[in-house]
Design a protein around this ligand. Structure first.
Ligand code: CMP
Length: 140
């Protein structure tokens, strides 16, 4: 499988509970390499721009405001088939459906406060990485 990069976000519910290290351990144990990482606090406008694909969804305002409610850790994960692998490690969007041992099964509080985000396809991964990082910040 080809080496890929994917954008990951550790969300405010998880940073608040000091779970960054435990979540990163799951990524690293699965063979994903953290090639860029920073802790930032998004404004509602920045969070809304990131999630603009969901602008028409009924939960958009809740999602935007939650993502701006506290610090997030944005990161780039690299590895063989990293996009799908990260989605496996994260587990299903709704923690009730997430497989045992996944980030969301172990840590997520609800479908909205679900601890992590990960890109869903190569095109979105490229766009999402470019939203947060300059090329020089990615150190493989
Ligand atoms: P994420 O992978 O970050 O992509 C979009 C997010 O929307 C998703 O994770 C959830 O956190 C959020 N989301 C999806 N469905 C709902 C919902 N019904 N209510 C609130 N948030 C939701």
């Amino acid at each position: 499988m080809a080496t890929e990069r994917t954008l990951s976000i550790i969300k405010p519910d998880a940073t608040k509970r000091n779970l960054t290290g435990k979540i990163n351990a799951k990524f690293e144990d699965a063979g994903l390499r953290i090639v860029a990482q920073k802790r930032i606090h998004l404004t509602p406008a920045q969070a809304g721009e990131f999630y603009k694909v969901h602008a028409e969804r009924p939960f958009f305002a809740e999602l935007r405001d939650f993502m701006a409610s506290g610090p997030v850790v944005v990161q780039v994960l690299e590895g063989d088939g990293a996009i799908a692998k990260n989605r496996e490690v994260m587990g299903a969007t709704n923690p009730k459906d997430a497989a045992p041992g996944t980030v969301r099964a172990d840590f997520a509080e609800s479908v909205g406060e679900n601890s992590v985000h990960g890109s869903d396809a190569p095109e979105t991964a490229a766009e999402e990485i470019a939203y947060f990082f300059a090329g020089l910040e990615l150190v493989g």
